[in-house]
Design a protein around this ligand. Structure first.
Ligand SMILES: [Zn+2]
Length: 246
């Protein structure tokens, strides 16, 4: 790494990064040409409901900016909890759940953020949509990728599967974190760290129905649903889980 490489890049372990001729990671700030995530883009949700047995509806368990009063931020939507066709409430997905591109695009980054070097956010895939350099990305975290840098994907294409923390039966809840990013500098930059002049948009622009059933309280494994007050929450895939870890 040379002088001028952003510090936040140093804590990641990229499988693929792109550098310019001076060995600098290419990045760009927001400017008047920055595109925004657009509801007009042809999109679908990143998980097919037919891939989950007895799936009925998603639960907003840990949604976008879920606690506005305490300003507790969460820059995406966690696909973690759902209601089944027989009205059971399940928290935690199967680790082989297929993850799909939400729109046509190009894979611009696949990277890991190991805990040992200050990351710990998990493996993430970043796909750019629209025109090249649009700055409009979807970000998928906690995914074992089956795609790599430069691959062109179509809406609904499988890009990976969820995975379970290598911590036995205790560890991070198996879920997908989906962020929509606007104005992110392109090619090889990172959303890690501050000062990147990015903005995260609400995944509800893809499908507002993900917010229909709200977990109360948000982000807690002891949540309940106003619409299903008697339904017990079942924790899947773990005996004990660490919640609110992204
Ligand atoms: Zn999350």
């Amino acid at each position: 790494m040379t002088d001028g490489v952003p510090k936040e890049i140093l804590i990641i372990n990229p499988l693929e990064l792109v550098f310019d001729k001076k060995n600098q990671i290419v990045r760009r700030s927001l400017d008047k040409d920055t595109k925004e995530w657009s509801p007009e883009l042809d999109t679908s949700l990143p998980i097919n409901s037919s891939d989950i047995p007895n799936f009925k509806e998603w639960v907003n368990w840990n949604g976008f900016l879920f606690d506005r009063e305490t300003k507790k931020g969460h820059n995406g939507f966690d696909f973690a909890a759902y209601v089944t066709t027989d009205n059971r409430v399940v928290l935690g997905l199967s680790e082989d759940t297929k993850i799909r591109a939400v729109a046509d695009g190009v894979v611009k980054q696949v990277l890991d953020t190991p805990e040992a070097v200050g990351g710990g956010y998990g493996i993430m895939i970043n796909i750019e949509h629209g025109a090249d350099d649009s700055g409009m990305f979807s970000t998928y975290v906690h995914v074992r990728p089956t795609v790599y840098f430069g691959v062109t994907v179509k809406k609904g294409d499988v890009i990976g599967e969820l995975y379970k923390d290598p911590k036995g039966d205790e560890g991070r809840l198996v879920h997908l974190h989906l962020s929509l990013v606007s104005g992110w500098g392109t090619r090889g930059t990172s959303i890690m760290g501050g000062g990147m002049h990015i903005r995260t948009d609400d995944p509800g622009v893809i499908d507002p129905s993900i917010y229909k059933l709200n977990a109360i309280p948000q982000g807690s494994s002891n949540f309940s649903l106003l619409d299903l007050p008697n339904a017990k929450v079942e924790i899947a895939n773990f005996k004990q889980i660490r919640v609110n870890s992204g």
